[in-house]
Design a protein around this ligand. Structure first.
Ligand SMILES: [Zn+2]
Length: 225
């Protein structure tokens, strides 16, 4: 894979320490927005100012701090505002589609359903979709060359909550197992800025993150209550 063509921008946005990501190709200038929320004009202006072209929206999971929608009586900007201003397809895991539609009001025709192992090409860059249920049923991570964009599945020092509606603690265990098999040189880019580092190698994360070190599911269940 040609890393020289990869464009990757990590953008802290909103009051909940979310990271929005922009990934794409330096040669074709196409970019995808990952979990765009909070300030859509800012993100679309950024794309325009850098002479980039939005080609798709990728969703890690359906929580409104990542994709917009209603939360606690407030309305958060998100994917429905993006496609209203700049119509592109929204890539959603098949187990997350219902939740995404319900939270944001987007329709079936706005969505491109993906499954684990599916790929999307942007310029010379390959994006692989990895289904990582646990935080939500259709949570997914994106593997782009040697980078992993992990949403709320894996944080640098933790993992996503599994006590919410739609969460499943056992599924999270298996998803974290799957991510811990990624090569050490993979760079982890989480969905929130919850630790001093903004990104970190999987090698260091495997050494430091206690949730990746749980030896078996029995121990996991004891820890997670
Ligand atoms: Zn979440």
């Amino acid at each position: 894979m040609d890393n020289k063509d990869l464009f990757l921008e990590q953008i802290p946005l909103g009051p909940m320490e979310n990271f929005v990501y922009m990934i794409g190709s330096k040669s074709t200038r196409e970019v995808a927005l990952i979990d765009p929320a909070w300030d859509i004009d800012f993100l679309l202006n950024f794309i325009e100012q850098q002479d980039l072209k939005l080609s798709s929206v990728l969703v890690t999971h359906y929580h409104p701090d990542h994709i917009g929608g209603g939360m606690g009586g407030h309305s958060i900007e998100g994917i429905s505002d993006v496609i209203e201003k700049n119509p592109v397809k929204i890539f959603v895991n098949k187990h997350e589609a219902e939740g995404v539609k319900k939270v944001t009001g987007v329709s079936d025709t706005d969505i491109n359903i993906v499954e684990s192992g599916d790929h999307l090409t942007i310029g010379l860059n390959d994006i692989e979709f990895l289904h990582t249920p646990g935080h939500t049923p259709g949570s997914q991570c994106f593997k782009i060359n040697e980078n992993l964009i992990s949403g709320d599945t894996l944080f640098i020092q933790g993992c996503g909550r599994v006590d919410l509606p739609g969460s499943n603690s056992d599924d999270m265990y298996h998803s974290l197992r799957k991510l811990s098999e990624l090569p050490n040189e993979t760079i982890l880019y989480p969905g929130h800025h919850y630790s001093p580092e903004e990104f970190q190698s999987m090698e260091k994360t495997k050494e430091q993150n206690m949730y990746l070190k749980v030896p078996d599911i029995v121990t996991w269940r004891q820890i997670m209550g």
